[in-house]
Design a protein around this ligand. Structure first.
Ligand code: SF4
Length: 287
């Protein structure tokens, strides 16, 4: 049985005290324990940003990739060995800014990975610039007179790109977020868990108090049907100054990329028998 202590590393997170990333880290660890996943069968892939440092602080396999490129790396890991549980973690700047193209393609391909986005509506690691999810009017060092663009809506974007599991959590609701991650890992296909993550140092608007007053769990509304895509689009666009729904917005079952890829019919590439292939010429050419 996997226990929380099995996931500890010798290094200690250097996030600012109170950062929402601590809640997300705890939720990921709890989900791994609750699903009894063995650490060596889990690979956490990250990009660049405060939240992306998490690979150093959870004792699974990890790949700290480059800015905005975590999803292609994670896709490659999953295709090479579909038996691994692949979890991707990164910020809103990493995923919805520089990584936006990869975000859309991973969803339409339905790669079987779980993508947790630490959405703090700011660039934290580079000390407080506007991000793709900053609200219109937000004043930062890079926008002293206020943001003039509308923010990216990652949920309705995910629906448009045919993602098969679209959800939103909040770092201050640990049990709820843990369940979203567990269900995302169990889901066969691409699972998005956009997560409100208070950045206590650079975002003084979207604080714990701010979210505590506004978040509302979809699971508490028995009339909401997460298999109805049209209703999901409505719900994904229903944020107001007073209401921010969290939970599962949409889910559907569709074949994953690995299931469609004929090259994987004989099982994971890492387990293919290559003993009858002479790789000497290849080695001589490249070594
Ligand atoms: Fe967390 Fe913000 Fe500090 Fe980064 S800058 S560690 S996101 S509180």
């Amino acid at each position: 049985m996997t226990e929380l202590k099995d996931l500890e590393t010798k290094a200690v997170p250097n996030w600012c005290p109170g950062c929402g990333n601590f809640g997300i880290q705890n939720a990921i660890k709890k989900a791994i324990v609750n699903l009894n996943l063995e650490p060596h069968n889990v690979c956490i892939v990250t990009g660049i940003g405060c939240g992306s440092k998490i690979t150093f602080w959870i004792n699974t396999y990890g790949f700290n990739s480059i800015h905005g490129r975590s999803l292609p790396v994670a896709s490659a890991v999953k295709l090479a060995n579909p038996e691994l549980t692949v979890i991707v973690v990164g910020g809103d700047g990493d995923g919805y800014g520089i990584g936006m193209g990869h975000f859309v393609h991973a969803m339409r391909r339905n790669i079987d990975i779980t993508y947790i986005v630490d959405n703090n509506q700011i660039y934290g690691l580079t000390k407080g610039q506007t991000s793709p999810t900053s609200e219109k009017g937000t004043k930062t060092k890079s926008t002293p007179f206020g943001v003039i663009e509308k923010p990216v809506n990652p949920l309705s974007l995910a629906l448009s790109a045919d993602a098969t599991y679209v959800s939103r959590g909040y770092a201050g609701e640990l049990e709820h977020l843990t369940k979203l991650i567990e269900n995302g890992i169990n889901h066969k296909g691409f699972a998005l868990i956009d997560t409100f993550q208070p950045c206590v140092t650079f975002n003084k608007v979207n604080t714990y108090e701010f979210f505590q007053k506004r978040v509302s769990k979809l699971e508490e509304d028995s009339s909401y049907d997460p298999t109805n895509k049209l209703k999901a689009f409505e719900k994904c666009n229903s944020d107001t100054d007073e209401y921010l729904p969290i939970g599962l917005f949409y889910k559907e079952d569709r074949k994953t990329y690995s299931e469609e890829e004929t090259g994987l019919e004989k099982g994971p590439i890492v387990k293919h028998d290559i003993s009858n292939i002479d790789i000497t010429p290849l080695m001589e050419k490249f070594m």
